[in-house]
Design a protein around this ligand. Structure first.
Ligand SMILES: [Zn+2]
Length: 293
């Protein structure tokens, strides 16, 4: 990847005499993760061993699928035929207004997620919707370009940005794929369903920001058939997954040019008794008065 010049390319103001000192100040982590109660991964691993497969659905290439996952179950997203990136949405089954909040998840866990990280719900809930329990790509870490996998920094490819940049309409972006799948799953109209589609966890996608310009980049995903990302459902979920038209995202998206593959979602149920032992996390205790009585 070729970086453009440093940004801004042509500063209009002269640096102050203490510019070097100001730049040398060490950063502090905005949201220290120590304040979060960590998931009990050992207990989840034990529960997972007693779970058996109860359901599955396939997101076909350049299309999406939705599936219900009850609280206390696990779901696994697998690469099956070739390198492929997936755009993941989560909704609460009980109230679809409660949905995955990628921006706050990024603030809490960083740019890319792996085992032990949570997928957090929108306000006013701000509770874990799902916990990542296994990631066969956890060996990847960060590469020399600053890239890593499973990001919460991208959005989802969509026909509006495609129109803005190319001037043409493309109907199989992840935004549209998720809209069709969510409409089919819920019975909502396409317009109503579209309003519930949100920014994603980019499963298997390898991304980062260029050092000099801060531009969002992607590169060929290291995922191979057999790799998977597995989650524990903290609440009753509708899981939506799009097999991105970008395929492994090595070249481009928002077109039919790239080779695409399906993605498999499987649900694993530890049984009614084990599920009954799980207590869904409560919504935020904030009183929502916002300073008004
Ligand atoms: Zn996409």
């Amino acid at each position: 990847m070729k970086d453009a010049a440093m940004k801004p390319t042509d500063p209009k103001f002269v640096p102050p005499s203490d510019a070097a000192d100001r730049r040398a100040i060490k950063p502090v982590i905005c949201y220290p993760p120590e304040a979060l109660i960590p998931p009990d991964l050992e207990a989840l691993s034990t529960r997972r061993q007693s779970a058996s497969k109860s359901d599955e659905v396939t997101a076909l290439p350049r299309d999406a699928a939705c599936i219900d996952v009850p609280a206390g179950c696990f779901f696994r997203i697998s690469s099956v035929e070739g390198p492929q990136v997936g755009d993941l949405n989560l909704w609460s089954k009980a109230d679809i207004k409660e949905r995955f909040y990628s921006g706050k998840t990024r603030a809490l866990h960083g740019t890319h997620l792996s085992t032990g990280d949570r997928m957090w719900a929108s306000f006013p809930h701000l509770r874990p919707m799902a916990t990542i329990t296994a990631d066969t790509l956890d060996w990847y870490g960060f590469d020399e370009f600053g890239g890593s996998v499973h990001d919460v920094i991208g959005t989802r490819c969509d026909p509006y940005t495609g129109r803005l940049l190319s001037g043409s309409d493309y109907h199989h972006c992840c935004h549209s794929n998720l809209t069709r799948a969510f409409a089919d799953h819920t019975g909502l109209s396409m317009a109503d369903a579209e309003a519930h589609v949100h920014d994603v966890l980019n499963v298997f996608m390898c991304t980062g920001f260029t050092r000099s310009t801060g531009q969002y980049f992607m590169k060929a995903s290291p995922v191979r058939p057999g790799d998977y990302l597995e989650f524990f459902a903290e609440i009753d979920l509708i899981v939506g997954l799009s097999a991105c038209p970008g395929g492994d995202c090595s070249e481009e998206h928002s077109s039919d040019k790239t080779t695409c593959h399906p993605l498999l979602i499987e649900v694993f149920d530890p049984g009614k008794e084990a599920r009954a032992l799980h207590r869904p996390p409560p919504s935020s205790a904030y009183d929502q008065s916002h300073g008004r009585s």
